[in-house]
Design a protein around this ligand. Structure first.
Ligand SMILES: [Cu+2]
Length: 357
């Protein structure tokens, strides 16, 4: 799956980059979309006036507009990494003197993200998000061959964000705009989930099986957007900075993300995109006192940090004549470097719909 996504990503990026200009021009001649002549105005009604669906807080609204959104995210992780290369489970887990007895073998994360946006003015857009999380992880005890699965689900993290649209620009050919974001991360995630583990029985699950950060924090961001008649591009820098420990006595490492994308509008309702995302996140500070010192790397707060570069492909649909949109994005890591042993990301997808009114 990962290989397939990588090949499609490279092929599509190449095709996007090599579309002859002549063909681009013929599509734009004549009618120019439902927002009037958008060669001179920023269009909010184009499918690619929103970033790929995986970018949060990518756009602002005009005064008085509301938007509701739902996103479903799936991520699969498999293969343990130490640094930037994968390692065999038997290299770190097994009977003593191996440092661990149990290796995580794969993990699946499903997330339902609900969002609402409201713009009191053209400059300011307010955004609230919350999510429900469903996690499962398979393990193998390499000391005795036993396999087992743990699961957890419930409320994840939430945030309240103000987006400030501070700049409109006119480049030589492109319309541009930019906004700043400041989010407050709310400690709503359940971080005391338990499940049955062979040996100790029902007990506190390790860190990656908890449903979020569960601590207060802030999330600043800076987003730049540009569009020309058939193309658009943009970028966003963002961070999640945790300011306090959660109820279990630890906080997740801060994370930083830089993402950039290019979109190609095929017609008035469909656009395609390619995106690159670099992210880096720290280890856990503190530790969960109710978590047993389990012989598995996921219970070690110093084996959670890492960095990753993802490539992703997306499509945006703007359902004509409505404020409804659908977005799909599929991605996979091009490179990852983890404080391991830690399960690497294999591939992910986000499917979302948005209704503005
Ligand atoms: Cu919106």
């Amino acid at each position: 799956m990962k290989f397939f996504i990588l090949i499609s990503f490279l092929t599509t990026s190449f095709l996007l980059a090599h579309t002859p200009d002549g063909r681009v021009q013929t599509r734009t001649s004549g009618k120019s979309g439902s927002n009037g002549d958008f060669s001179h105005n920023w269009s909010t009604s184009r499918p690619d006036s929103h970033a790929p669906i995986g970018v949060m807080g990518d756009h602002t609204h005009g005064a008085g507009e509301f938007m509701l959104s739902y996103r479903y995210m799936f991520m699969r992780m498999e293969q343990n990494y130490n640094g930037d290369h994968s390692i065999a489970d038997s290299s770190f887990a097994g009977p003593p003197p191996a440092p661990f007895r149990v290796a995580p073998t794969d993990m699946e994360m499903r997330m339902h993200m609900l969002g609402a946006m409201y713009a009191p003015t053209d400059r300011l857009t307010l955004m609230g998000m919350c999510n429900l999380v469903d996690l499962s992880m398979n393990h193998r005890n390499l000391a005795n061959g036993m396999q087992f699965k743990t699961e957890s689900s419930g409320m994840g993290d939430s945030s309240l964000t103000a987006l400030y649209h501070f700049w409109d620009g006119q480049g030589r050919i492109q319309q541009e705009r930019a906004h700043l974001g400041l989010g407050i991360l709310l400690p709503t995630a359940e971080v005391d989930k338990q499940d049955v583990i062979p040996g100790p029985g029902t007990t506190r699950l390790p860190y990656p099986m908890q449903l979020g950060a569960g601590s207060w924090g802030i999330s600043p961001s800076l987003t730049y957007l540009a569009q020309i008649p058939d193309w658009s591009w943009g970028g966003q820098l963002s961070a999640r900075i945790y300011l306090a420990n959660n109820d279990e006595g630890y906080h997740l490492g801060n994370s930083w993300k830089a993402t950039a994308w290019a979109g190609r509008r095929l017609n008035e309702w469909l656009s395609l995109s390619a995106r690159l995302t670099g992210s880096t996140w720290g280890n856990i500070s503190g530790r969960d006192a109710n978590l047993l010192p389990l012989p598995v790397p996921t219970a070690d707060p110093k084996r959670r940090g890492g960095s990753r570069l993802d490539g992703s492909l997306g499509l945006n649909l703007q359902i004509p004549g409505t404020g409804a949109r659908i977005g799909l994005e599929v991605g996979a890591p091009l490179w990852q470097d983890l404080d391991g042993p830690q399960l690497g990301s294999e591939w992910w997808t986000i499917l979302g719909s948005q209704f503005a009114f």
